[in-house]
Design a binder for this molecule. Structure first.
Ligand SMILES: [Zn+2]
Length: 270
């Protein structure tokens, strides 16, 4: 098996309420599909100094005022992203199966079920430690990762690209173009949302597409940055198939071949 890890903590199942759709069952659904397929490691909560690197004091106080359950789970989610990114740097790509999601959390503001920007906390920490100098963030979620863009907009070290497309074809073409043009980076960070799914809000992608996307990203990372990448869960709300979609994505990221894989040309995405 190709080395690939899942970062998970049972704290992600904490039943705080933000909306009926962003619920602990999302994480449960994905975890049960993944736990026997990939090694699982347990993160520590992020340290406050890592949070303050990207969020204002007022913003952090806002999250604290949401209640202890939210605050502690959000710290644990940021810690999950940190762990996944550190694994990636030391040679094992990983997906952090975190809740709450993070890509709508910016310097001053959070919304959209997000509190701390998990992916950005992890990347800012690696930059501060000089473990990496250039990072590409790919936001694969249906929704625009405004928080991540806000945090890194003046940071030359980080390029944030939101993959857009109203149809399967345009979405996959847009991703392929970004991957083809990708050069001179040290790490790829993925905001992995699954609300693009054909039965989810986006109505765009099939389960096999997530496997192909994972594989294409893995191959790009092998080409440009010695295979260094990590993913953090964002959206994805269609519970019956969420686990299958996350599993397919991880199989692709891990380089596990499936019958339909091995061909990354646009033909397979047509
Ligand atoms: Zn979303």
């Amino acid at each position: 098996m190709v080395p690939f890890l899942i970062v998970y903590h049972e704290g992600y199942l904490t039943p705080y309420y933000t909306s009926t759709v962003e619920c602990p069952e999302r994480i449960k659904a994905a975890y049960y599909k993944l736990k026997d397929r990939f090694p699982v490691i347990r993160p520590e909560p992020a340290e406050l100094q890592d949070i303050y690197r990207i969020h204002s004091k007022a913003m952090v106080e806002g999250v604290m005022s949401e209640g202890r359950d939210v605050y502690e789970t959000a710290l644990l989610a940021a810690g999950g992203a940190v762990t996944a990114s550190e694994q990636a740097i030391s040679g094992t790509p990983a997906l952090a199966l975190t809740r709450p999601p993070g890509h709508h959390a910016g310097l001053q503001r959070y919304w959209g079920y997000c509190f701390f920007n998990n992916l950005a906390v992890a990347i800012a920490k690696l930059l501060a430690k000089e473990s990496v100098a250039r990072v590409l963030v790919l936001d694969l979620d249906l929704h625009y990762g405004d928080g991540t863009e806000n945090i890194f907009k003046d940071n030359q070290a980080v390029t944030v690209v939101n993959i857009r497309g109203k149809t399967r074809r345009t979405y996959l073409d847009s991703l392929e173009q970004v991957l083809e043009n990708c050069t001179s980076i040290d790490l790829i960070g993925l905001s992995a949302g699954f609300d693009t799914y054909v039965r989810d809000w986006g109505g765009i992608l099939e389960t096999d597409d997530y496997r192909a996307i994972g594989e294409a990203i893995r191959n790009t990372a092998l080409r440009v940055c010695e295979g260094r990448f990590f993913a953090v869960l964002e959206g994805g709300y269609y519970l019956p198939d969420l686990g299958l979609n996350v599993l397919a994505f991880c199989e692709g990221l891990a380089g596990e071949k499936s019958e339909s894989s091995g061909n990354l040309s646009p033909r397979m995405w047509s």
